[in-house]
Design a protein around this ligand. Structure first.
Ligand code: SF4
Ligand SMILES: [Zn+2]
Length: 279
């Protein structure tokens, strides 16, 4: 089955997006998010790109340039959120401070900041859903990584759709936590790469310059060394989906509103605010 059909099928099976939805696509500038934006637009959804300028030097500049051109070319609006305007600093400084003050390394700080900004801005853009470009390889890595950490329960929210469940108004619209959906959930990374190359998207394929020395990078290398087929990855992810309802029960996560920023949180103060307190 070709990739466009696969995506349409995942959307239908998991009821990820409705035809009348405003669809905000989180764009990194890489092959995954660019491809999913392109396909959703082609399928006739009302899409808008949302990108964060992380201030990762030339890497960010090239991605921004590419995405402006790309979105312009297909007539899709693009919002670029400036991290320095939002938080007063670029991501390298934020990561360095958190490493020094809390010993936090890897992508966790950046990931938390990005999720916080994307949710806030998806809501500002009146998005019904926030699409991310996570693919089958990312999801397989999540399952294996959590298993290796001895904390399988961390995967309780690894589904094609998460969020959306807090503070809906009486009409059921626009909760604080915008519904996050992953139409590429069952599409292998290699297939997306082939698609992007065949379409000759003007994008950069290099990974983020900060993505080194992390548990995810090590897990990816280990996973690659196992030579798992795409079929095996799909089996791992599909089988994991079967135990998610059980994990959710055990996790017993209740979302509340953060007392610091008013965003959704699992505790009184959200993880993003804990980062902001250090800056
Ligand atoms: S790879 Fe890590 S540091 Fe780079 S953008 Fe992603 S989360 Fe941030
Ligand atoms: Zn907060």
């Amino acid at each position: 089955m070709d990739m466009e059909k696969k995506i349409a099928e995942t959307i239908k099976k998991y009821k990820l997006i409705k035809k009348k939805d405003k669809v905000v696509v989180a764009l990194s500038g890489g092959k995954d998010s660019t491809s999913v934006l392109y396909i959703l637009n082609k399928l006739g959804y009302n899409v808008e790109g949302l990108m964060i300028d992380l201030y990762l030097g030339e890497w960010s500049e090239i991605h921004k340039r590419n995405m402006k051109k790309f979105c312009d070319g297909i007539g899709v609006p693009l919002m670029i959120v400036d991290l320095k305007k939002e938080l007063g600093q670029g991501i390298c400084f934020i990561k360095a401070v958190l490493k020094q003050k809390k010993g936090l390394t890897g992508c966790s700080v950046c990931g938390t900041v990005k999720r916080w900004i994307l949710n806030k801005w998806a809501r500002k853009l009146k998005g019904d859903v926030l699409v991310t470009g996570h693919n089958l390889d990312d999801e397989t890595q999540n399952v294996l990584m959590n298993f290796l950490k001895g904390n399988v329960i961390l995967g309780a929210n690894s589904s094609p759709a998460t969020g959306g469940e807090i503070n809906k108004d009486s009409n059921g619209n626009h909760g604080k936590f915008v519904q996050r959906v992953k139409p590429l959930f069952f599409v292998p990374e290699g297939e997306i790469r082939k698609y992007a190359e065949a379409k000759k998207f003007e994008i950069m394929y290099e990974r983020c310059p900060c993505a080194f020395g992390t548990y995810r990078v090590d897990t990816r290398a280990w996973m690659d060394s196992l030579g798992l087929t795409d079929g095996a990855k799909k089996k791992i992810v599909e089988n994991f989906q079967k135990i998610i309802p059980k994990l959710k029960k055990q996790q017993n996560r209740e979302l509340v509103i953060c007392e610091g920023c008013g965003e959704p949180s699992t505790g009184k103060i959200c993880n993003a605010c804990k980062i902001f307190e250090c800056l």
